[in-house]
Write a protein that binds this ligand. Structure first.
Ligand code: F6P
Length: 342
């Protein structure tokens, strides 16, 4: 069989480990050959590929980013898009099946194409860890590690100056990165999209920490919605996909903290640092296992499914179990963390 691999949507550490896992398993267990589509669905639509022999994936699991490139191209758009055009393109290249590595948008497109007759299996990916039907996504552990190290550094400078430090982390719809990095670094307040909090309460937590002689530390997810507001803070308009660009909530909160407490406050937005660089060992292992399992799904012709982590096992679930809803931070995880605030 000839299998095509694509990475689509926002990148995250571990994508290359998935590619390597698939290629090695496919070659060693089944004698498959592989091509990689450049820049996600854009490469599929344009028939733009690179060969993926074993040598091409040598040593790549520790590399951040994706050797294939990525984009947020919609495969149904443009003169070469749509299922019939893509079928012809794949036939002309002799590609029998696709492994699509991506998040909600990528897998939604994969589901539709698979419904229309393409042989596709998915591998879930999101640094935000907000996809349903999988316990964790690769990239998340790395993002938490990067954020925790950064926040630890903010804490020491905050303590020197007796300042309040506010760190803004990624998390568009959910607060997984904020919750984990915040707990790991012992934050005095963690603010997540799932739990609106009033600025008076944030100021109280900050003041309590300072009263104990601590330099207050607040970790906020970019998608946090203050109580009394209806949407996440966004001052920078829309991105090219029509999504609101989320950053700046840390600055807003810092101003409110200063106004209410008089404590000098500084902010840091970690941004794409969290998505770059070397994946952690956990993410490399998870990504490699998912890549290998995707080849097994192809061998069993489980079209329209994605591989997922359940406990410590890799399983196979239908796309519709994962799509259309986000895996939010459960109330009990918030309650558990909240007890330590202030
Ligand atoms: O979905 C992952 C994510 O990193 C979000 O946390 C963030 O809002 C968004 O992607 C940023 O997207 P872009 O890389 O297009 O700026």
């Amino acid at each position: 069989m000839k299998i095509g691999i694509l990475t689509s949507g926002g990148d995250c550490p571990g994508l290359n480990a998935v590619i390597r896992g698939s290629v090695l398993k496919g070659i060693k267990a089944y004698g498959h050959s592989f091509v990689g589509f450049r820049d996600g669905w854009r490469g599929v639509v344009d028939g733009d590929v690179i060969e993926l022999p074993r040598e091409r994936v040598r040593g790549i699991s520790k590399q951040g980013g994706t050797i294939l490139g990525t984009s947020r191209t919609n495969p149904f758009d443009g003169p070469n898009g749509g299922v019939e055009n893509i079928k012809s393109t794949l036939n002309a290249m002799g590609v029998d099946a696709l492994i699509a590595i991506g998040g909600e948008g990528t897998l939604t497109a994969a589901e539709r194409l698979s419904h229309d007759g393409l042989n596709i299996v998915g591998v879930p990916k999101t640094v935000d860890n907000d996809l349903e039907a999988t316990d964790y996504t690769f990239g998340f552990d790395t993002a938490v590690q990067i954020a925790t190290e950064a926040i630890d550094r903010l804490r020491t400078t905050g303590e020197s100056h007796h300042r309040c430090m506010v760190a803004e982390v990624m998390g568009r719809h959910t607060g997984w990165i904020a919750l984990h990095a915040g707990m790991a670094s012992g934050a005095h307040a963690i603010l997540i999209p799932e739990q609106p909090v009033h600025s008076d309460q944030i100021a109280t937590w900050v003041q309590e920490a300072q009263n104990r002689g601590r330099a207050p530390l607040v970790v906020v997810a970019e998608g946090f919605i203050e109580q009394g507001h209806t949407a996440a803070h966004s001052e920078r308009g829309l991105d090219t996909f029509g999504r609101r660009r989320l950053d700046g909530i840390a600055d807003k909160i810092a101003r409110e903290i200063e106004a209410r407490t008089g404590i000098e406050t500084r902010t840091t937005v970690l941004g794409h640092i969290q998505r770059g660089g070397v994946p952690t060992a956990f993410d490399r292992v998870l990504a490699t296992r998912l890549g290998m399992a995707a080849v097994e799904s192809v061998a069993h012709r489980r079209w329209g499914t994605m591989v997922s982590l359940k406990g410590t096992s890799i399983e196979s679930v239908h796309f519709n179990e994962a799509l259309g809803r986000v895996k939010t931070v459960p109330q009990e995880r918030w309650d558990e963390a909240r007890l330590l605030f202030g």
